[in-house]
Design a protein around this ligand. Structure first.
Ligand code: GLY
Length: 568
């Protein structure tokens, strides 16, 4: 129905506003779908439609995921991107599981103290809201690398839908129109951002056709020239010119030398399932496995769902894993991250040996900073096909709309991923996460991430592709989806919808969504000395996932936001 309505909209522009405002909400969002051939789930219905169409034309899940990655850069600009980075977990039809790192890198001239003043204090906003906040973008190189190695379609074919969406435009969904309006004061500060997001001094309204001609040109250059269309030539010149306007540090040399990296996945087991996650520079794979290892000796079956002991147990496991994250994790190409030890089941047993079933353990009472005011952006999408390919991708500009700076003339936003480094030991990043030497800034290093694209296999076959946005809550969201499916035997739709909670060691707080903790559970947790149990100011996570059941694929987009789950 969605496709039909979009086509009606395109052919009847004079009636556009009337039509759009009468479209049912289901046009912008569909939370579940089932099919035998393939399934996709993403934060954008238009991007999901692109992925589904590619598979229907004979493409595999990688072709679909790459096409969706480029489409999300057009249809979901707060996190879908060309100017950011991400991670892809891939189960190939040959049965291999692979991890592709296309995280941003620090510029070659980056320095450990680049966000500090002469007295060594952090300069507020410098690592999030300036040209200096941007790392070298990895998304274009990463998506093209995945396509070259594991796709079957040409670059031109997978980029065509994104180019069309950017060139011809699409009716702006209401949630995105609201975001544009919210950020307009920041967009007005930069010529490129104002051109993209503001129309003749007014913000775009829901339902208006939103076109992005500069972005269409950039996408066409990538389609024609591959990575050279982005990292060399006109687009590279525009990026460097944009840097010069704001003392940013991305150079031609940084762009030319950017490379995505195939890494050894984090591989572990949880009950009868195999879990495959992203290694450093993400903390996601390690923490998900570490927490699962701590939980595994306990019975968490359906009858234990939402029981006080289960909540206490999970909070305590999360507390310990996030404490390890702050100390040990960073880019393993620069720092010796003890990966094998952290995901070892014996280590988990020892780490959890002080768990007291009656009492919360003690993170410092005073956390390192307030809960972030920025919205927790990033986006996750999942794809599976009937050939045995499964793709789980999380990609980000860091906070919503990154540093809010569109490269003038090139039409895409830059990230503010430098804030994911530990910009000063003990100083919390925008998600309240602490870090140390392991995650200090260094030239060409990749900043630590929480992104946790995950593939779960059962008997060697893809079973579940999942992950989430949400900064520090990415890990706990992914974990709760896994536990809901594996332990509590929930349907994927319920597992994703179920209210969530989150603990990250410091600040020593338990954040919970409405319905996640009952009054009785709150008092039990308080009686066990858990402190700072507060309603989360944000929806926790957005876990767009696909599962393979006996009857076929089931695709679920998180009902917390307007996304698209499609299957055929
Ligand atoms: N920028 C959020 C993350 O990578 O964890």
């Amino acid at each position: 129905m969605f496709k039909r309505l979009i086509s009606v909209v395109r052919h009847a522009k004079k009636y556009l506003l009337i039509i759009v405002f009468t479209l049912p909400a289901s046009v912008w969002a569909q939370t579940t779908a089932e099919g035998a051939q393939g399934a996709v789930s993403s934060r954008s219905m238009l991007a999901s439609q692109v992925g589904l169409d590619i598979m229907k034309q004979g493409g595999n899940a990688v072709d679909a995921a790459v096409a969706m990655g480029f489409a999300l850069a057009v249809t979901y600009p707060s996190a879908g991107n060309l100017g950011g980075g991400g991670f892809m977990m891939l189960h190939t039809e040959a049965g291999e599981v692979l991890a592709l790192d296309f995280r941003e890198t620090a510029p070659g001239t980056a320095a450990e103290n680049m966000f500090l003043d002469d007295s060594g204090s952090v300069i507020a906003g410098m690592s999030t809201e300036t040209h200096l906040a941007a790392g070298i973008p990895g998304s274009v190189a990463g998506l093209l690398e995945a396509l070259n190695k594991h796709g079957t379609f040409s670059r031109e074919k997978v980029l065509a839908p994104a180019i069309k969406l950017a060139e011809e435009g699409f009716p702006l969904p209401s949630d995105i129109a609201t975001q544009f309006s919210k950020h307009q004061d920041k967009f007005k500060k930069y010529a490129g951002s104002a051109r993209s997001f503001i129309k003749k001094n007014k913000t775009y309204q829901a339902g208006e056709i939103w076109k992005q001609p500069d972005l269409a040109l950039t996408l066409k250059l990538i389609a024609a020239q591959g990575r050279d269309g982005f990292y060399k030539g006109k687009v590279a010149d525009l990026i460097v010119a944009e840097m010069e306007k704001g003392n940013g540090r991305i150079s031609h040399n940084d762009l030319l030398s950017y490379e995505p990296v195939w890494r050894k996945p984090i591989h572990g087991t949880y009950r009868s399932f195999e879990i495959w996650g992203m290694p450093p520079p993400s903390s996601g794979g390690i923490l998900v496995q570490q927490i699962l290892n701590m939980l595994e000796p306990f019975v968490l079956d359906k009858s234990r769902r939402n029981q006080d002991e289960t909540l206490h147990l999970m909070i305590e496991a999360e507390r310990r894993a996030y404490a390890d994250r702050a100390e040990y994790l960073g880019d393993s190409d620069f720092y010796p991250v003890p990966i094998e030890r952290l995901i070892d089941k014996t280590y988990a047993k020892q780490r959890f040996s002080d768990f007291d079933v009656q009492k919360a353990s003690n993170s410092d009472e005073i956390g390192p900073g307030a809960w972030p005011e920025e919205s927790r952006e990033t986006t996750h999408y999942s794809v599976m096909d009937a050939k045995g390919n499964a793709v789980s991708v999380t990609t980000t500009l860091n906070t919503a709309y990154g540093n809010k700076i569109v490269v003038d003339g090139a039409g895409f936003l830059l990230n503010n991923e430098m804030d994911d480094f530990s910009i000063k030991p003990g100083f919390a990043n925008t998600y309240g996460l602490l870090g140390n030497k392991a995650n200090a800034i260094a030239p060409n290093k990749r900043m630590l991430s929480s992104m946790s694209p995950t593939i779960v296999t059962l008997n060697g076959q893809p079973f579940l592709a999942t992950g989430s946005p949400g900064g520090s809550t990415i890990i706990t969201t992914t974990l709760q989806v896994l536990i809901n499916v594996v332990d509590h035997n929930m349907t994927l739709a319920s597992a994703v919808k179920s209210p969530r909670f989150h603990h990250q060691w410091k600040p020593n707080k338990v954040f919970y969504e409405p319905g996640a903790l009952s009054e009785a559970q709150l008092s039990v947790l308080r009686s066990k000395n858990h402190v700072g149990i507060i309603p989360s100011p944000w929806k926790i996570g957005d876990a767009n996932s696909v599962i393979k059941r006996k009857r076929g694929f089931i695709s679920v987009s998180d009902p917390r936001s307007m996304g698209g789950a499609l299957a055929y």
